[in-house]
Design a protein around this ligand. Structure first.
Ligand code: T4K
Length: 425
């Protein structure tokens, strides 16, 4: 496309396209809520969803919330954190915002060079007398070193919260993600493996903490006329729970589909110089919800950003999650330079489209585009530095596609793209 012609995909292929569960079941559950005229405040669908989430996560308590950011804030409050809280620099900003938003001080630390997950050794170095807790993140749904973090937390009398926003459905060794630390937090945002439009959950084996979080998410109310503690409104609605329940039955299938796409990328990208598929740790079973490539510019002949620009011109909306790292964002920039691994990963990783809305055929084509880009790296890099001058398009642009016709391929075979490479040197 940067050399002219049509993009490889007529419709964009995204990272984070929602997985849609059983529509009939969703509308049936939603209809029930409307009939009952019970739409929020701990209705039966939310209670059922919480029970199912607790079961899948292998924990005793689950508090469903309006999103994972609110669940993190509840966890921080319910665990009584204060002063400084250590968190990784390489994460979605919500992890760090949850600390700062509550008036606590986020202390960022670097991550492991291979996994991108919080590095327990770096955590140890950041502990001070003001530290009250650690927030670890299972980045890209790949479990972090929860056992080592637990040991550090116990040794120093700290709380450990695990941001499992991306990790619902993943397994830590032989057990589901969810039961480590003081509490773990899932996201059920639209872009997640399992979605409730917007939503989240705090899960824990600590009954007292769960009770505090449950009260706090409902304005601190513990009885009809009794406000026991400061609170907020972080409740999940019945409509959100209906969406979650309608998708839960298919969760193993979603993980299996993701895995097929991950394996397809692995096979199709093999042998491309400078393009490495980031493999999960052998001891974990991720949900394969994100597929990450590491671009080694010196070998590929292209930088990560050049490859991303080329893919975007072909309607492949790859994302450089989580560039530039929280330590380089305006709210948390301090000039501290102790983040070499975060910097390297943030500068070289690219998340590519996957999930139920991306077919294995799409993966074939995306990998084909990447192979072609690297093969013609010099020409691609030169063209991106000096784009062709824009010429007036004699053909009027097509009208926008109505939502109902917007293609979301339902099965492995569906495809509506042009042959890759048609517009390339
Ligand atoms: N901790 C971690 C480690 C997290 O990753 C997150 C959220 C949180 C905490 C907080 O969880 P929540 O409070 O959100 O429950 C998206 C999500 O909004 C965010 O939830 C998620 N992580 C993050 C990894 O991804 P953006 O800024 O990338 O969103 P956006 O609008 O660019 O959309 C991402 C892609 O998804 C785009 O390619 C478009 C596509 N998309 C998105 C939506 C909403 C769709 O195709 N359909 C949709 O309905 O943050």
């Amino acid at each position: 496309m940067i050399f002219g012609g049509s993009p490889a995909f007529a419709q964009p292929r995204h990272v984070g396209r929602p997985n849609i569960g059983d529509r009939d079941r969703f509308f049936e559950l939603l209809g029930g809520a409307l009939d009952r005229r019970w739409l929020s405040n701990g209705g039966p669908l939310v209670r059922e969803f919480e029970a199912r989430v607790a079961e899948i996560a292998g924990v005793r308590h689950s508090v469903a919330t309006c999103n994972a950011t609110a669940a993190l804030e509840l966890a921080i409050r319910a665990a009584g954190l204060h002063g400084e809280v250590i968190a990784p620099a390489f994460t979605f900003p919500a992890t760090v915002h949850a600390i700062g938003w509550l008036g606590l001080t986020p202390v960022l630390c670097d991550v492991e060079p291979e996994t991108g997950n919080i590095d327990p050794k770096q955590v140890r170095r950041r502990i001070t007398p003001r530290t009250s807790g650690i927030i670890g993140v299972h980045l890209w749904g790949r479990p972090c070193a929860a056992e080592e973090l637990t040991a550090i937390a116990e040794e120093h009398g700290l709380a450990l919260i695990l941001d499992a926003a991306q990790a619902f459905g993943a397994r830590y060794r032989d057990r589901p993600v969810g039961g480590h630390g003081t509490a773990e937090v899932f996201s059920f945002h639209a872009t997640k493996l399992l979605n409730t439009f917007e939503g989240g959950a705090l899960v824990t084996n600590d009954g007292a903490l769960a009770a505090r979080a449950r009260a706090m998410q409902n304005f601190g109310i513990v009885g009809e006329d009794e406000v026991a503690l400061p609170g907020t409104n972080a409740k999940m609605s019945e409509a959100a729970a209906a969406m979650g329940l309608a998708s839960l039955a298919g969760i193993d299938d979603l993980v299996a589909r993701n895995r097929r796409r991950y394996e397809a990328y692995r096979e199709r990208l093999a042998g491309i110089p400078g393009v490495e598929l980031v493999a999960p740790a052998r001891w974990s079973r991720p949900s394969y919800h994100y597929v990450l490539l590491r671009v080694h510019a010196e070998r590929a002949g292209l930088t990560r950003d050049q490859l991303m620009a080329l893919l975007r011109s072909e309607n492949v909306i790859a994302r450089r999650y989580f560039y530039p790292g929280c330590h380089r964002t305006v709210p948390y920039f301090t000039g501290d330079r102790r983040f070499p691994h975060t910097d390297r990963l943030a500068g070289s990783l690219l998340a590519v489209p996957t999930g139920a809305a991306v077919t294995v055929g799409d993966v074939d084509r995306i990998a084909g585009l990447i192979r072609l880009a690297v093969r013609h790296a010099t020409a691609v890099a030169a063209r991106l530095r000096h784009p062709a001058p824009a010429t007036p398009d004699p053909v009027p642009p097509p009208p926008p596609v109505p939502a109902a016709q917007s293609p979301v391929p339902a099965d492995e075979e569906a495809t509506e793209c042009h042959q890759p490479g048609g517009s390339h040197p």
